[in-house]
Write a protein that binds this ligand. Structure first.
Ligand code: 2IT
Length: 445
């Protein structure tokens, strides 16, 4: 019999100073421990021990030349977490605070998330402590080249297929793809999130945000409610927030906030107009990472150094980074009458915030289910590359929608409680876990 406390104590001993990894692991284990004990094959095959230990981790030095001619040194990693279901798949994050513990949490989450999509993808994550903020285009190019010169040794279209994450968008993917092609003389689907000109998929940039809204829409319908007319808050102002706001607006909701590292924008008119988003793209491209200029331009309110969770809304969508919504924020949201909180960033809520929301019977969409649309369309990009074809936006969007509806159904199947409350967190963890665990059993040790 697996016991949660002793298993976690051992995991903590083996992974000291990796709080985010331990947080993600505990959240999963709390959900699945009974399921794991129901099937004696899981313990016999040491599935919990194996699923919480990455297959392998590559760490490497990345040196590049800045615009002043100085050599800079960063650190790169690729955590190949689990490939029971398919080639390793997951994004690359460039962020100054990035540590191996963060990447291990993201790799573990990615393993169950990719399982939920039903597409044949294992889980991985990678990145660097390189800070893209304020860097020139030439510096980004030289860093990406150098990073790929090392990463190239460990990846391939049937081995490991990286993509973007925070700090890595279409431009960075293009530069890395160019270097891979230069070294290997191969034009294959080794990265996703590529430009459309050379194998990228339509809808990929918007997919995470779109998928999250499709998922939220299903959540409301399953609870006899409707999406149209809802007031929502969104954090962040990158690709993910952009897709979320666009789709929410299209489905008849009104998004009233976005945020950046400098604070948040409160726009009672709604942030989802093409003109406003063109301005946000311009702000992002200017590489300053601030949202304040939006307030002056569009007559909205700017609240410095705060997150948008104090604004009363029906639904809240953290779209920026892990642990961005705390227990205090959750209490404020609940006091203000929130119905639904949907993690669109990975592990957007702290552990105590998540527990508080579920205890209060708020509809809680966990990141590994709600934000799976991004990697799902990456999986569709791999399919298109393997077949040397490209699908129309309508085809990709329809497949994305189906995938999100199916993920929702899996959560309902595994997470519906006796009192009728759907515990999406538990449902997502159980459904994602079972498929990986069964595959591992079937393949032996
Ligand atoms: O967190 C995620 O799911 C991503 N960053 C997307 C990964 C991918 O391979 O598209």
């Amino acid at each position: 019999m697996y016991k949660l406390d002793s298993f976690m104590a051992e995991l903590e001993k083996r992974n000291p100073a990796q709080p985010e990894f331990l947080q993600a692991a505990r959240e999963i284990l709390e959900s699945i421990i009974d399921v794991a004990n129901d099937n004696p094959m899981y313990e016999k095959f040491k599935i919990l021990e194996r699923i919480t230990e990455p297959d392998r981790i590559y760490s490497f030095r990345v040196e590049w030349e800045d615009d002043q001619g100085n050599i800079q040194v960063n650190r790169g990693h690729r955590v190949q977490f689990n490939n029971a279901l398919g080639p390793y798949k997951g994004g690359l994050r460039f962020h100054p605070s990035l540590s191996l513990g963060t990447l291990k949490f993201l790799g573990l989450e990615q393993t169950l998330k990719n399982s939920l999509t039903t597409l044949p993808m294992g889980g991985a994550k990678g990145g660097s402590d390189f800070n893209p903020r304020g860097k020139s285009d030439g510096e980004i190019l030289r860093f990406c080249r150098s990073f790929m010169t090392e990463l190239e040794k460990y990846i391939g279209p049937n081995t490991d297929v990286p993509a973007g994450d925070m700090g890595v968008g279409m431009r960075e993917i293009g530069y890395m793809y160019g270097q891979f092609k230069r070294i290997r003389n191969e034009h294959t689907g080794v990265l996703t999130g590529k430009n459309l000109n050379f194998g990228g998929s339509l809808i990929r940039p918007e997919a995470t945000g779109f998928g999250s809204m499709y998922f939220a829409n299903q959540m409301l319908m399953a609870n006899n409610d409707i999406f149209a007319g809802k007031r929502i808050s969104v954090s962040g102002f990158g690709n993910v927030a952009w897709g979320a706001v666009m789709k929410a607006t299209e489905l008849g909701a009104k998004a009233v906030t976005i945020s950046g590292p400098d604070g948040y924008i409160y726009d009672e008119e709604g942030v989802g107009t093409p003109e406003k988003w063109a301005f946000m793209s311009y702000l992002r491209a200017s590489n300053n990472d601030v949202v304040e200029p939006y307030a002056k331009k569009f007559g909205a309110k700017f609240v410095p150094n705060k997150k948008p969770w104090e604004v009363p809304v029906d639904m809240a969508f953290p779209c920026a980074i892990q642990n961005e919504l705390t227990l205090e924020d959750a209490k404020t949201l609940v006091a203000n009458g929130v119905k639904c909180v949907v993690e669109t960033s990975n592990m957007g809520c702290t552990a105590d915030a998540t527990i508080y929301l579920i205890d209060n019977k708020i509809l809680f969409g966990p990141g590994k289910a709600a934000n799976a649309g991004g990697v799902a369309v990456s999986g569709l990009e791999m399919s298109q590359n393997a077949m040397h074809i490209s699908w129309s936006a309508e085809e990709v969007d329809a497949k994305l929608h189906d995938i999100m509806v199916n993920i929702h159904a899996s959560c309902v199947r595994e997470g519906t409680q006796a009192d009728g409350y759907i515990n999406y967190l538990k449902g997502a963890n159980i459904a994602g876990f079972k498929k990986v665990a069964d595959a591992m059993v079937l393949m032996g040790y």
